[in-house]
Design a protein around this ligand. Structure first.
Ligand code: FEO
Length: 172
């Protein structure tokens, strides 16, 4: 049985993952509106992944006999002044999520919740990967500055992203 303190914090994280999904869907719409279809595609897939993260918390709480309570999800911003500004926003957001995951992990240790601790290990690894990918795009956008061809190159690269389901079915 999951302790109430862990259940409540996991419910809060579930909502944060849903917010992440909405934020990235909003970024996808923004990039689509400025005809950077590759960025739009990348964020659309990222939004799906964030929803999958939320569902991991959903399942973990239920599997351990807890109660899922979905709180209010605030509205994300809907426009940014430039691709760089949006990507920097995404990076800041991921850093915030990492801080929350670290805090949840600290709580799992404090409460001797080994199951929660093992569950959170996946998120710790995932956060390293997500910060690295978004941080890499931020740095490359800074390097290219106003060079439009460079921006289109990154756009084309991001447009090649496949979803996790597609990657799995390619393996089979
Ligand atoms: Fe669910 Fe991007 O962290």
């Amino acid at each position: 049985m999951i302790k109430e303190i862990i259940q409540n914090e996991f419910n809060a994280q579930l909502v944060r993952e849903m917010y992440s999904s909405n934020l990235y869907l909003s970024m996808s719409a923004y990039f689509d509106s400025i005809f950077l279809k590759g960025f739009a595609h990348w964020f659309r897939i990222q939004a799906q992944e964030e929803l999958a993260h939320a569902m991991k918390f959903f399942d973990h709480i239920l599997e351990r006999g807890g109660r899922v309570k979905i709180g209010a999800i605030s509205a994300p911003p809907s426009s940014w002044n430039s691709p760089l500004e949006a990507m920097e926003d995404a990076l800041r957001h991921e850093q915030l999520v990492t801080a929350h995951i670290n805090e949840l992990t600290r709580l799992s240790i404090q409460e001797n919740d080994y199951a929660a601790n093992v569950f959170l290990q996946w998120f710790i690894t995932e956060q390293v990967e997500e910060e690295a990918i978004v941080g890499d795009v931020v740095e490359r956008l800074k390097i290219i500055g106003d060079w439009k061809a460079g921006l289109l190159m990154i756009d084309s690269e991001l447009g090649k992203r496949t979803s996790e389901e597609e990657t799995e079915s390619e393996k089979n």
